[in-house]
Write a protein that binds this ligand. Structure first.
Ligand code: GL7
Length: 786
């Protein structure tokens, strides 16, 4: 290992050890590890082809990968050897690992789910490709200035990316605009613009390195590099225009979380990804099988939300216009090949494009969409209000549904709500189409890599088998009454808290006592996720402590992390409020040993890997009915945090699995929330009824935490509208938090509950989720490499 690292340092990186920077070493280490991935990768690709296996294609606008090196070391079980090699070279492994920028090609849960799925697909030997966009700039970086979020561009590709292989022979032309002609009775689309999509492959190694699939990310290139005529005429800037135009396509990740963006560029990005992926899929399929009738038998395509929903019309277009199939045959093959996952019910996230924009950017697809819609109208006898084209809008959810074999929700509750709300009419027409696949997360990254202390304890207590069969964690049940085991569990958690506490002190100047409850809410900033409820509770608690400073309070550190979409000013004002409250509370001599608030900026995958293993309490407090599933909630549970949460998304299933006595439940149910929201004056009534809530709002309005003006809109909305029922759930939340205080004070009992949370978290492995997709949706089988 040491020699390999030195070899790559010299021959790949071109550096002598005496001149090498951390970056040089990190690349040399990465190439060394990558070498070990290539064998299984090539073997997997070969085995899938030789055995004529069905392949799964996961189309996603987002893959929130994070760092790759540490994950690869864990999955290839290289830790001991790598540790020794780096020691021999006089290098600090943590410094090397931390030098890698996060691949932040996603916004939040949806993108991170795609990354967990890629890892599980490889760990399960399921032949698969992930298709996405190689954004030059991932999710923006977040800083705080005067407590307010400031965004700066992210720049991960401003340095060599050691994990990718550029495939210049896998390049496809992607057209836009232009017009459709009829030649010999066949439609011919003459695009007015075109770009090249070029493949960049990253191997995704599975557990123990038996299999690796490809994450294939498309970069955009111009069809003509330089307008030489204009260049020679002296117009140098204009000459580079085609290149600049093309490159904008894969330039930036849209930083919207759950809100739809109506930009033409976004539609072009979605089509760019989808068309490149489908052309690639068809080329591979035809090379292997030749017979188009076999498509559904050999290809399963999963659409990650509606973002790639143009896949339906695109696949029909390729089958009709390139391969001469009639519409009915093409539509039937496409529908038997495609599946769609719904990830949200929020109305603002349901993608819609005007027929005008769709017709202008993708004229041939607009025609096909109308054919699909008309055919569905005739064959299903659907009611008038159902359809893809409604008025002058193309509804991508309806398009995805109508073109899918299976439509799935991402938690049991969410799937039922999908049936009852957004797709109620389509569900009645196609009652077997909607199925559930509750989300999961990979235990390799989220336990084995992120929490080495707990991993050692697990390995020593129940063996290492849990890593690939997370249900084996149930073996811990037998130890939940064993004092020596619980002491070790406590020590492992405490060590993670000490490390985090050191980081918070160094980075933010916040003093976090490792014996206090570490109460963590990390996720995108959104009204429905109710960070506001959490910070209002902090204010009310602070006020209560002041009223009786000598009462028996349980010390608490509240930790927040998360970004707001740049245009989401209400979410940004919550960030501002949290930072202002922290500045006041943290320096209060009366309460500072009992209550601290930390909000480290720029929450990302790597920060999650530090925060989650150090958490005692997981905040999953969304308004019931709004969070489709959540996946952070599962990571916390696996790492032995207890949840305070509502009956929303996968919280419901987490509570069922860990047992209601090991979960702090509060708040309205989804049904109750819907009724409460419809009640006129619900917000004001709830605030008037809650002394704690009223005081918290008053303290803000009085300017106790800095300029009250910056909170007026927030206060006004809370008093008069409160669409996410912060007020209605406030007292229940406050009471549940006091139950948390009491429970934490009984250390042995808390540790026992933490142990049971871990022991019963096996269901939330993404291996279980992927097996479900393979069985119920893709009908795909694992493959053994030769
Ligand atoms: C999300 C849901 O909000 C989240 O609850 C879910 O866990 C995730 C993965 O299924 O998908 N839907 C969505 O649009 N985003 C999500 O994170 C951005």
């Amino acid at each position: 290992m040491r020699d390999q690292i030195l070899h790559h340092l010299t021959h790949t990186q071109g550096r002598g050890p005496e001149f090498a920077t951390v970056f040089d070493w990190r690349l040399a280490v990465s190439y060394t590890v990558r070498d070990l991935m290539v064998g299984p990768w090539v073997g997997a690709i070969r085995a899938a082809r030789d055995q004529g296996a069905k392949r799964v294609y996961y189309l996603s606008m987002e893959f929130l990968i994070g760092r790759i090196l540490g994950d690869a070391i864990v999955n290839l079980e290289l830790e001991p050897a790598m540790g020794r090699a780096l020691t021999l070279l006089g290098l600090d492994e943590q410094v090397i690992l931390d030098d890698e920028p996060d691949a932040a090609l996603g916004n939040g849960g949806l993108g991170r789910l795609a990354a967990c799925f890629m890892e599980s697909l490889s760990s399960l030997n399921c032949p698969a490709f992930g298709y996405g966009i190689r954004y030059e700039h991932g999710l923006f970086r977040q800083r705080f200035e005067g407590g307010q979020q400031v965004e700066t561009p992210e720049d991960w590709l401003n340095q060599p990316h050691p994990w990718e292989f550029v495939r210049i022979n896998y390049s496809y032309t992607i057209g836009f605009k232009g017009h459709v002609e009829t030649v010999d009775g066949r439609a011919v689309w003459q695009p007015g613009e075109s770009v090249i999509a070029r493949a960049h492959d990253t191997p995704v190694i599975g557990w123990q390195g038996h299999w690796a699939n490809s994450l294939r990310l498309w970069g955009a290139l111009p069809t003509t590099l330089l307008d030489l005529k204009r260049f020679n005429a002296g117009d140098h800037t204009a000459a580079a225009e085609p290149e600049a135009l093309a490159r904008t396509l894969s330039r930036v990740l849209y930083p919207d979380d759950t809100t739809e963006s109506g930009k033409e560029l976004r539609l072009k990005q979605e089509y760019f990804l989808t068309s490149a992926a489908l052309q690639d899929i068809m080329a591979r399929f035809l090379a292997e099988h030749g017979d188009l009738e076999m498509l559904p038998e050999k290809v399963a395509i999963q659409l990650n939300d509606t973002h790639p929903a143009i896949a339906g019309p695109e696949l029909i277009r390729l089958l009709m216009d390139d391969h001469g199939l009639p519409f009915d045959r093409a539509q039937d093959l496409a529908r038997r090949t495609l599946n769609y996952t719904n990830h949200t019910l929020l109305p603002e996230a349901l993608e819609r494009w005007s027929t005008w924009l769709m017709g202008r950017v993708l004229p041939r697809h607009m025609q096909i969409i109308q054919m699909i819609d008309e055919d569905h109208r005739v064959t299903s006898g659907r009611p008038a209000q159902v359809g893809i084209v409604q008025g002058d809008q193309v509804h991508m959810g309806e398009l995805a549904f109508i073109m899918a074999s299976r439509v799935n929700g991402v938690s049991a509750l969410h799937t039922e709500l999908v049936k009852d709300t957004v797709f109620a009419d389509l569900h009645k027409l196609h009652p077997d189409r909607i199925v559930n696949q509750t989300n999961g997360v990979t235990p390799r990254r989220w336990l084995r890599m992120a929490n080495p202390g707990l991993t050692t304890l697990l390995d020593e207590t129940i063996g290492t088998g849990w890593t690939k069969d997370l249900d084996q964690l149930s073996g811990l049940e037998a130890h939940a009454g064993d004092g020596a085991f619980l002491d070790r569990l406590h020590a492992a958690k405490r060590a993670n808290k000490v490390a985090l506490s050191d980081g918070l002190l160094a980075g933010l100047g916040v003093r976090a006592d490792p014996d206090a409850i570490f109460d963590v809410q990390v996720k995108r900033m959104h009204e429905y996720k109710r960070q506001l409820l959490n910070v209002l509770e902090a204010i009310a608690l602070w006020h209560r402590i002041h009223e009786s400073p000598n009462a028996n309070w349980t010390p608490r550190v509240k930790i927040f992390g998360g970004k707001a979409a740049p245009g989401y000013w209400l979410a940004k004002s919550v960030i501002h409020l949290i930072n202002d409250v922290a500045a006041t509370i943290n320096n209060d001599p009366v309460t500072r040993d009992l209550l601290q608030i930390a909000y480290p900026p720029n929450y990302n995958v790597s920060m999650a890997e530090d925060l989650i293993p150090a958490a005692d309490l997981s905040e999953q407090i969304s308004t019931a009915g709004k969070e489709a599933s959540g996946t952070g909630n599962m990571k916390f549970t696996m790492n032995g945090a207890l949840t305070i949460g509502t009956l929303d998304g996968a919280n419901v299933e987490i509570r069922e699995h860990v047992g209601p006595e090991n979960f702090f439940l509060f708040g309205l149910t989804a049904d109750e929330a819907a009724i409460e929201k419809a009640r006129p004056g619900h917000a004001r009534a709830a605030i008037e009824a809650s002394e704690d809530m009223k005081i918290a709002l008053q303290l803000i309005a009085e300017g106790r935490f800095g300029r009250a003006e910056s909170c007026y809109a927030l206060l006004d909305r809370t008093w008069n509208d409160d669409p996410f029922l912060v007020a209605s759930d406030f007292d229940a939340y406050f009471t549940a938090q006091r139950a948390v205080d009491r429970a934490y004070a009984d250390r042995a009992d808390w540790d026992r509950m933490a142990a049971l949370n871990i022991a019963r978290s096996g269901f939330f492995s993404s291996d279980r989720t992927i097996r479900g997709y393979m069985r119920d949706i893709w009908h795909a089988e694992p493959v053994t490499p030769a």
